[in-house]
Design a protein around this ligand. Structure first.
Ligand code: ADP
Ligand code: ASP
Ligand code: MG
Length: 455
């Protein structure tokens, strides 16, 4: 079986939100998926959020709230199924659908009786989103005359047990994915698998983190040595900014793995940062494309060795940060004080998002959710501490940023009327980070976007 035959196509929530969208998935898979495409699906748009809310109702013993949500989920999937196979009763999988929904109802009732939700139960509840959508997607393929197999990703996406964001175990995934998928590739025209969900070696259902279906696609692509991983979403590719903030945003035609990872890390939701890892390990290109406009070429993400014109490519905002400004208590006190203070961030579980360090001062950004009292006390015991909540990082990503002269002049000029509390440039060839108040972040992003991409 040649490597060139394997294409992994991942479809996000809006790409499988209803019967029409699922029909598009089938057409795209036919035209872009090579000989035996492996389709990775998200839950239908909004369903994972519904399941999260359902889990919360279970924890509060709110039977009525949980029942209403499960009913809504049931209605939505039955409706899609009706739309899919109204004219093709032979493919009606209502009984399988009901069986799966029955399993969800039972789990929800059991959890309410116990009156507590554990991360493990929540993961099992969340897993129904992708399990339900994949069942319907198989019907969409069958109705269109495509002989599609439905596999259970939990049989090969093996993970550690950190529920909610379980770490994939690469050696197991690389062994099991071909073991399960290769023998059935000859028999079927498409193979459908669920994103987001996995299992521990002990057989307990896990999830790999919100937005994790992109990552699943790359794990499967890596496991099968795919020719290409396609991430089909609701925008034309990676854009110069989130189009919800800048409607005039343009498509970025290409970028490297490292740039894409940094961009995702600093807040571009269009791709999950971990998606890139298995692709990097195996040098598999990743393409982001629009399932609502499949003729658009999208964004191609290349291995780092690929040459890309230097310059800025895209802007993002990372929000909910707190700026911590440290200074030595006595002027002239040594750098070791600042170094001791900085070591406390790791000790008290507040990973540093961005830092600028001078001889007797440091400015450090951490996520608001990780900032904690024990860290504050530790910092105050060695130095002067001032903190500023509601901060954001404006991230300018691109390539050749360290080596191309004068690149920063233009974006900084666009921010002339915004107070910049921190600038981090030069540590990466792919990002420049500016710490500004969250309330000014969108205005700043629009200003820089206009200057860099609209003039
Ligand atoms: P999916 O459900 O297909 O995984 P997501 O909602 O996770 O889709 O990601 C796509 C969304 O990411 C887009 O609708 C867009 O609003 C947002 N987004 C944020 N930053 C960017 C960017 N730089 N380029 C493209 N989309 C972006
Ligand atoms: N359905 C999951 C979520 O909404 C995973 C995904 O869509 O990638 O987070
Ligand atoms: Mg996504």
């Amino acid at each position: 079986m040649s490597k060139s035959e394997v294409f992994v196509l991942k479809f996000g929530g809006t790409s499988v939100q209803d019967a029409t969208a699922m029909g598009r998935v089938v057409e795209i898979t036919r035209s872009e998926g090579g000989t035996v495409p492996v389709v990775v699906t998200s839950a239908c748009a909004g369903i994972t959020n519904d399941l999260v809310a359902c889990g919360e109702c279970c924890g509060k013993m709110d039977q009525q709230g949980a029942d209403e949500i499960v009913q809504r989920i049931s209605d939505r999937h039955h409706e899609i199924l009706k739309d899919l196979c109204g004219a093709h009763p032979a493919y009606d999988c209502s009984s399988e659908l009901e069986e799966m929904l029955g399993e969800l109802r039972q789990l929800v009732h059991g959890t309410i009786l116990l009156g507590e939700t554990t991360p493990r139960t929540v993961d099992t509840i969340l897993s129904f989103g992708e399990r339900l959508s994949s069942l319907l997607l198989r019907t969409a393929f069958q109705v269109a005359g495509v002989n599609a197999a439905l596999v259970d990703s939990r049989d090969f996406i093996i993970t550690e047990s950190q529920h909610g964001s379980a770490l994939p175990i690469m050696s197991e995934i690389e062994r099991r994915t071909p073991e399960i998928i290769n023998p059935i590739r000859e028999e079927y025209d498409a193979i459908i698998a669920q994103g987001f969900i996995g299992r521990t070696v002990d057989g307990i259902t896990t999830t790999i983190g919100r937005g994790g279906s992109d990552h699943t696609a790359a794990l499967i692509g890596g496991g099968l040595g795919a020719e290409e991983i396609q991430i089909w979403t609701d925008v034309d590719g990676v854009m110069t900014a989130d189009p919800r903030i800048v409607p005039k945003a343009l498509v970025v035609p290409e970028m490297t793995f490292t740039e894409a990872r940094e961009l995702a890390w600093f807040g571009a939701k269009v791709i999950h940062p971990d998606t890139i890892l298995p692709a990097v390990a195996k040098n598999i290109p990743v393409v982001i494309r629009n399932s609502h406009a499949p003729s658009a070429p999208g964004t191609r993400i290349w291995p780092d060795s690929h040459q890309i014109a230097p310059g800025f490519h895209s802007l993002t905002i990372k929000r909910n940060l707190r700026l911590i400004e440290l200074a030595t208590k006595i002027p002239g006190e040594g750098r070791e004080i600042i170094d001791t203070a900085i070591a406390s961030f790791a000790r008290y579980n507040a990973p540093i998002e961005c830092a600028v360090i001078a001889e007797s001062r440091a400015s450090i950004l951490v996520s608001e959710s990780t900032w904690n009292d024990r860290l504050r006390v530790a910092l105050e015991s060695v130095c002067l501490v001032q903190t500023h909540p509601k901060m954001a990082l404006l991230c300018l990503s691109g390539s050749g940023l360290r080596t191309t002269p004068f690149l920063l002049a233009s974006p900084l000029a666009a921010l002339a009327d915004i107070s910049i509390r921190l600038v981090a440039a030069g540590s990466s060839d792919h990002v420049v980070l500016l710490g500004i108040e969250e309330s000014e972040a969108e205005k700043g992003l629009r200003g820089v976007h206009e200057r860099l991409f609209e003039e």
